[in-house]
Design a protein around this ligand. Sequence first.
Ligand SMILES: Cc1cc2nc3c(=O)[nH]c(=O)nc-3n(C[C@H](O)[C@H](O)[C@H](O)COP(=O)(O)OP(=O)(O)OC[C@H]3O[C@@H](n4cnc5c(N)ncnc54)[C@H](O)[C@@H]3O)c2cc1C
Length: 230
Amino acid sequence: MEKIKIMGAGLSGLSAAISLAAAGYNVDVFEKRSDCGKRFQGDINGLENWSSHVDAISEFESMNIRTNYYCEPFKTLHLTNGEEVLANTFKKPFFYLLKRGDIENSLDQGLKNQALDKGVNIHFNSNVKKEDMDIISSGPEGKKHPGILKGILFETESDDIAVCLINNKTSNRGYSYLLITKGFGTICSLNLRDTNDDADAYYKKTYEVITKLFDIDIKNEKKSMELVIF
Ligand SMILES: Cc1cc2nc3c(=O)[nH]c(=O)nc-3n(C[C@H](O)[C@H](O)[C@H](O)COP(=O)(O)OP(=O)(O)OC[C@H]3O[C@@H](n4cnc5c(N)ncnc54)[C@H](O)[C@@H]3O)c2cc1C
């Protein structure tokens, strides 16, 4: 059986591993961290579903990827400029909300379990070199063109909602958002510039605008990941 070595047990590496193992390859994945999802801390991510007529989840199924992780469809998106709010409801989910991290039901742990079930060998704490690998899926860390994401994660009793805020006072060439799904929420500002000071100010303004427009209950707030390099 042909052997394949994959660098990185992120979404790309694990998806490749699952598909290759299903096709009969003997797969080894090398991950420098101690578990899958360690780059995240329970963050909520949106899996976009608006750019194709094919549903993202059906597309995953065609790649042998099952939905064994938290995956909540959203059909209504609130768009705001900070003053008016427009609620747009679509026929099919425009995105799915997923959890990221080494926590139960996260996408990262779901894919890890599917890979292990298919016989993939995952080697944690293994910092490897590109030259020794067949597939490089080491993600965006350390690459150029930084984007900075500032925000919070929190627990809440407020209803589920997805809000996208587009306003040049709340983000610099990016966007801000409020997402709440089944008791968990996040408020973030994404800035396409590499100055932390600006990102702080844009996040503070985002928080102010969102909490003025929406009456949300915020408990046990903690910082979301601060620096993202896409
Ligand atoms: C806070 C945050 C919010 C985000 N929100 C969204 C969102 O809402 N929607 C969306 O679509 N995307 C979002 N993203 C982006 C999304 O997370 C990434 O696009 C996705 O994780 C990329 O997957 P990947 O497998 O390419 O890389 P990664 O998930 O980064 O995986 C790469 C893996 O390779 C490992 N690795 C790196 N170097 C080595 C080495 N030398 N040896 C061994 N292992 C190595 C890393 O430890 C890592 O586990 C967000 C990102 C962040 C940080």
